[in-house]
Ligand binder design. Structure first.
Ligand SMILES: Nc1ncnc2c1ncn2[C@@H]1O[C@H](COP(=O)(O)OP(=O)(O)OP(=O)(O)O)[C@@H](O)[C@H]1O
Ligand SMILES: [Mg+2]
Length: 281
C-alpha cells in the first residue's frame, strides 16, 4: 500500500512485501551455512513474515496518550486498573515507571506495546492512533519500531547469541550478521557472539535479549522489570545499556521495582490508584 508523501518532518515508512520463501543469504548475511542455517537442535531459522503495508510515521512523537482507561472484568465486577491517564515520551528520552505490584504497570506497557487493544482513551504511536492501524501495520510496528525486554530473557536456546540477535531482522526478510556483530561490539559483547544461551551468564542473556530488541533499530524500547532477575552489578550494566540505547535515539520506557534503578532515568513516574504521576523522591 502506498501512502502519499507527507509534508514537513513526517517520515514515510514502508516495508516491502517479502515472501514466505526462504531468503537467500548475501555475503555477510546469516545464511544457511553450518553456523546459522540451523540451531543446535536442527530447527530451521524462521521464514520471513509476510508484511505488506506502508505506515506513515512521525518518529519524533513516539508515544502520546490522553485519557487512557482500562478495566478488567472479575466475575460481575469491573476493576478499573488505569484511570484517565495522560503520558508522553519523546525520542532519546529514558523514562521509568515505579509503583506497587498490581498497580497496572505491565498493563500500561502492554497497551503501548500493541499487546493489548482493549482500553478507552487515545493512544498514539509515532503520531498514529492505534485504533487507525490495521493488523499488518501493527505487526510491522512491533517488529521494526518497538523493542521489548522482559524480566526473564526469552532467547531461543538452540540458536547462538548472534543468531538470536539477528532473528527479528530475519523475520522481516533481512538479516545481516555484520550488523548483529556491530551491535554486539558497540555493547562490548562480541566475545559471546558464537555462544549458545546455556553457555552464558544470566546478565549476558538479559543483555543479549536487549540487543535482540534493538536489532531492527526500534524508536521505542519497552522494558518490563529488565533488572528484576539480576544482581546489582548486572543491573547496573543493563541500565547503562538502556541509557546507551536512549543515547542512540530510542525512547526508553522502563518499569522497575527498584528505586535506585528508576533514578537512572531522565524522569521517574509513579503508578498508583490507576494514575500515573511524578514520583516524589
Ligand atoms: N488478564 C487479566 N485479567 C484480569 N485481571 C488482570 C489481568 N491482567 C492483570 N490483571 C489485574 O490488573 C492489575 C494490574 O496488573 P499488572 O500486571 O498491570 O500490575 P503490575 O503493576 O505490572 O504488577 P507487578 O509489579 O506485580 O508486575 C492487577 O490487579 C491484576 O491482577
Ligand atoms: Mg508487571
Amino acid at each position: 500500500m502506498e501512502l502519499p508523501s507527507a509534508p514537513g518532518q513526517r517520515k514515510r515508512y514502508s516495508v516491502q512485501e517479502s515472501t514466505l520463501a526462504p531468503v537467500s543469504p548475501r555475503p555477510g548475511e546469516l545464511g544457511r551455512g553450518p553456523l546459522s542455517a540451523r540451531g543446535a537442535a536442527g530447527n530451521p531459522m524462521p521464514a520471513s513474515l509476510k508484511v505488506e503495508c506502508g505506515t506513515d510515521l512521525d518518529m519524533d512523537k513516539v508515544v502520546e496518550i490522553s485519557g487512557l482507561s482500562k478495566a478488567y472484568t472479575q466475575g460481575h465486577e469491573q476493576i478499573l486498573v488505569l484511570e484517565n491517564l495522560d503520558f508522553s515520551i519523546s525520542k532519546g528520552e529514558f523514562v521509568s515507571v515505579v509503583g506497587p505490584s498490581g498497580s497496572g504497570k505491565s498493563t500500561f506497557l502492554n497497551i503501548i506495546g500493541l499487546l493489548d487493544d482493549v482500553y478507552s482513551g487515545e493512544v498514539r504511536l509515532f503520531g498514529r492512533r492505534i485504533e487507525d492501524l490495521d493488523e499488518s501495520e501493527k505487526a510491522v510496528l512491533r517488529l521494526k519500531n518497538i523493542g521489548f525486554v522482559f524480566q526473564f530473557d526469552s532467547l531461543l536456546p538452540e540458536f547462538t547469541v548472534l543468531e538470536n540477535i539477528e532473528m527479528p531482522a530475519r523475520v522481516l526478510g533481512g538479516g545481516d550478521a555484520g550488523r548483529g556483530l556491530e551491535l554486539l561490539k558497540r555493547f562490548d559483547l562480541e566475545a559471546i557472539a558464537g555462544k549458545f544461551p546455556m553457555e552464558i551468564s544470566g546478565g549476558e542473556k538479559q543483555r543479549s535479549a536487549m540487543l535482540r530488541a534493538l536489532r531492527n533499530g526500534p524508536a521505542l524500547l519497552i522494558a518490563d522489570e529488565p533488572t528484576g532477575n539480576l544482581d546489582r552489578h548486572n543491573s547496573g550494566v543493563i541500565l547503562d545499556d538502556l541509557r546507551r540505547a536512549a543515547g542512540l535515539g530510542a525512547a526508553v520506557l522502563m518499569v522497575t521495582h527498584n528505586d535506585e534503578a528508576a533514578r537512572r532515568a531522565d524522569r521517574v513516574l509513579r503508578m498508583s490508584g490507576g494514575k500515573l504521576g511524578d514520583s516524589v523522591p
